[in-house]
Unconditional design. Structure first.
Length: 496
């Protein structure tokens, strides 16, 4: 398709639509005209309240002032996710955004830690992790230390509705045109099969050279019109429903998300400045909507501010994320359930990839194939990381968890687990969103005990190792003392 791309049409005004419009316009500026169509009659998903650290790149590219962003979206700081009852009831571990300890040139910290643990003088891995120490103290600060061992990566929890409105304001200020209306039909080019125009209920039609399908789970263009098909991953990730319910804010705002396992899925708790986000994710094969609602209501951490809303979903991805002149972004391109807060990141990543391969001179099949290959790998890497949490459970008290423990998993994941279990080695694929520290924390948290550690961890004698472990613990503890509480940070920073 050799049409020069001048006019981009974004269908959908959820997080995906407005983030796509804002980033494309900011980077491509006057080289393209961008129109976003959204319907006031079709609600956005509007959950998406927890993020991961790469969202800071979006803010930087868009020139967003962080304090204003926190104020406008009622955001809080996220240092980690707590996984409670995932291995078995009563057991809890954290997946922080930081890396525990300090590594030497050829030996990662966890090998020293494994050796010290066997010798009986190591604390838990997380006692050497700055994000964990800060969150346990309920504290946060923006550190200006240049020591890489004291990096404290963070993300945000925010009100998805407010975030959408904020991105819309930014997009429109950049020059994105907004059209309100419901798309009822799509005009295709009979020869090329490309999309030419979107027809609205009002009779208006919007023509474009390139279409970004951000229509949510409907996948109006990519799925319904172009029929690219869907790769269903529900045999690995069987949760297919969620109940979302806001409650009153807590007296003290924790700087982390909680993910609490229950008989047929898990429950989220997400702190915001003005309320607390609560929700239950479950598999409808193992739990009815009524049971889920009771479970959620029985486990709220504060007073409800409304009734629960049921959201149905299917885990998997579009077989092609780019087809003809349509690129699916956000829920229109797939969904992997919210356990590790990756969906908004996948929106960001899709747009960064599109900018890399932007078809200024027309859509080329080889470029489309490359885009699809990279999207596919990314989705599969995230999928494997999510399956890990379910597969390695030892909760033998419900059919759901027994089935999860027994399921066959992708070879790529089996290999990673085996290599870690045998020698404590962490395999991180190229471009994997999740760092070695992430894999380490979840594998340990889910009960994998490596049989061995790297021989270089023997380079210190026992008393040197003891000193090293103590010094590492102190190194990580020191910055916490000077931090303010998370609530004080939010108050002072947002005021400024
Ligand atoms: C239970 C749950 C929890 C989640 N939690 C997280 C989380 O913690 N972190 C995270 O990163 N992500 C999370 N997500 C995912 C996140 O909410 C979405 O990825 C994100 O909001 C993007 O959604 P979207 O914009 O693709 O779709 P939507 O929000 O569904 O928006 C679709 C848009 O398309 C428009 N539209 C649809 N059809 C038409 C039509 N015919 N004509 C005109 N307009 C139309 C609608 O009006 C709407 O504006 C969660 C999702 C679920 C289901």
């Amino acid at each position: 398709m050799q049409t020069t791309i001048k006019k981009v049409v974004v269908l959908g005004g959820g997080t995906a639509g407005w983030m796509s419009a804002a980033l494309l316009k900011k980077v491509l500026a006057d080289r393209v005209e961008i129109t976003l169509i959204e319907s006031d009659d079709i609600a956005t998903i509007g959950v998406g309240e927890a993020t991961i650290p790469p969202i800071q790149h979006v803010n930087r590219v868009l020139g967003i002032d962080e304090a204003e962003f926190l104020r406008e979206t009622c955001a809080t700081i996220k240092l980690a996710i707590e996984f409670k009852d995932w291995l078995q009831e009563g057991q809890s571990y954290f997946h922080t955004f930081s890396a525990a300890g300090q590594s030497s040139a050829f030996c990662q910290f966890h090998h020293y830690w494994l050796r010290a643990k066997r010798a009986g003088f190591a604390k838990t891995l997380w006692d050497y992790d700055l994000n964990y120490l800060a969150l346990k103290a309920g504290k946060f600060a923006k550190l200006e230390i240049r020591d890489t061992r004291l990096e404290m990566p963070y993300a945000y929890h925010f009100d998805a509705g407010l975030y959408g409105a904020y991105l819309r304001k930014i997009s429109q200020a950049l020059g994105v045109s907004r059209v309100e209306g419901r798309v009822e039909d799509v005009a295709m080019n009979q020869q090329t099969g490309a999309v030419e125009k979107l027809m609205l209920a009002s009779g208006e039609s919007i023509a474009g050279d390139l279409f970004i399908d951000c229509s949510g789970m409907r996948g109006l263009l990519l799925q319904q019109k172009l029929g690219v098909g869907f790769e269903d991953w529900s045999h690995w990730l069987p949760c297919d429903r969620a109940l979302a319910m806001p409650t009153e804010r807590l007296a003290q705002t924790p700087p982390y998300t909680r993910a609490i396992a229950h008989a047929a899925g898990w429950q989220w708790q997400i702190p915001l400045q003005h309320r607390h986000g609560n929700g239950l994710v479950y598999s409808s094969r193992f739990m009815t909507d009524e049971q889920a609602e009771k479970k959620l209501r029985d486990n709220l951490c504060s007073q409800p501010l409304g009734d629960p809303r049921v959201i149905r979903f299917r885990t998997g991805r579009a077989r092609q994320q780019w087809h003809k002149n349509v690129i699916g972004v956000g829920l229109a391109s797939g969904f992997l359930e919210p356990l590790e807060s990756t969906s908004i990141y996948l929106v960001q990543s899709a747009i960064v990839r599109l900018l890399k391969y932007f078809p200024h001179q027309g859509v080329q099949p080889a470029v489309v194939a490359q885009y699809n290959r990279e999207s596919c790998i990314e989705y599969e890497q995230v999928r494997d990381f999510l399956i890990l949490h379910y597969k390695l459970n030892r909760r033998e008290n419900s059919d759901f968890w027994r089935q999860m423990a027994d399921m066959a998993i992708p070879d790529s994941l089996r290999h990673k687990i085996d290599v870690f279990a045998q020698q404590g080695l962490l395999l991180r694929e190229r471009n994997d969103l999740f760092t070695e520290s992430s894999w380490l924390q979840v594998m340990l948290g889910q009960g994998v005990e490596p049989c061995d550690y790297h021989p270089l961890a023997q380079a210190m004698d026992k008393s040197q190792l003891q000193g090293f472990m103590q010094q590492t613990e102190l190194l990580k503890q020191q910055p916490v003392a000077a931090m303010s509480t998370h609530d004080d940070f939010l108050r002072n920073y947002c005021k400024a």
